[in-house]
Design a protein around this ligand. Sequence first.
Ligand SMILES: [Zn+2]
Length: 135
Amino acid sequence: MMNDVRLSRHFTLAEFYNLQKYPANVPTTQQVANLTYGCLMLLEPARQEVAPIIVNSGFRNSRVNALVGGVKNSQHLLGQAADIRPKDPAQFQRLVSFLKTHALTDQLLTGNGWLHISWNPCALPRHFVRIGYYK
Ligand SMILES: [Zn+2]
């Protein structure tokens, strides 16, 4: 079953889409490749700092993105973003600090106990950081 696909040592595809809730939210091979890049380049290194990491949202097709109120050009549509938090809320700042300075961070938005991290395997990272973005 595709749900069991391991993207990297500690992350499986099932963590990045909610098939139980959204059965049609199936990523393409390209979108899975983008998720895998994020796992290997950002999430696994982050997990070495802070573990475990909970993934709230990863890939979203346009319908799911609209349902959750995502912006129209959301990188979640491409498999280039994840909304995550450390299981231990006390480790949140540590995770933010690590990702804020990571060379491959494209966009980092934080607030409300969560952070949005994005990446782009095909472009130079923008290093766009907004702390306290989510109220
Ligand atoms: Zn997000």
